[in-house]
Ligand binder design. Sequence first.
Ligand code: SAM
Ligand code: GLN
Length: 281
Amino acid sequence: MTLKEFKEHFFKRLSPLYPNQEIESFFRILIETYLGLRNIDVFLNPDKKIKLKKLDHLLAARERLVLFEPLQYILGQTEFYGLNFALNPNVLIPRPETEELVEWALKDADAETAARILDIGTGSGCIAVSLAKNLPLARVDALDVSKEALHLAQHNAQINAVEIHTLHQNILETGRFDKQYDVIISNPPYVRNLEKTEIQANVLNFEPHLALFVENHDALIFYRKIAELAKSSLNTSGRLYVEINQYLAEETRSLFEENGFKNVELRLDYAGKPRMIKACL
Ligand code: SAM
Ligand code: GLN
């Protein structure tokens, strides 16, 4: 198949499913990734034949897009806080809101001190690795209940030439940590089952439900546990940062206040939604 033929087929197959602009952007990313070409190369060499093996990759990617699989899983990678992360369907695709949480923690941090940091529910390791990269003296622990996620987080630390220490633990069953931390940070599962109708099919059908959902009747279960653990394992000058459910912002803020946290600060994300909380003891 030639470049021009592939482009025509690609658009024809996806146009009933996606807006044209999105198809254009998928096309550009795929030919760049698998062929090392730019869109202009299709105009310059329309009759250039695509090698069979590469064509197989492109057609497989196209069929996965037909099923609405997120492009980040198809490519097996994404970008977060300026770093590259390997991805697979065992972990959530890092969200831009979470970059804002990392930004907040970094703004408050002193890069000159050897802070001890814990990331609860690390998934791809996006938070832990970004903090380790930007705070070279810090010691970063990354906790998750999923072994597969921890394996990937460790791989992502290597890709980005930083060290993280993985902890395989179910936070809901953790009595206490044996260490004291200067910073605890977490983006725990917080989407209530009743909010499933708001979640797009590409998220619902492909991303791990373990990373996303909580029971309707106990939506703040992770925050309650994090507050309890942080009270005993955060230093007196320590800071806690959590990403939150936009619909439960006030309840989440109250939860930390009722647990004795001071200066509980709520922030909006770029979309103007209440999305993160910082709390100190
Ligand atoms: N930190 C990553 C990010 O921000 O993209 C992933 C966050 S994802 C919303 C929540 C993570 O919590 C998932 O990786 C999931 O495996 C983990 N998790 C879910 N239940 C857990 C539990 N009981 N104990 C520890 N980790 C848990
Ligand atoms: N913000 C994510 C979403 O919209 C959810 C992340 C989480 O549950 N912590 O799907």
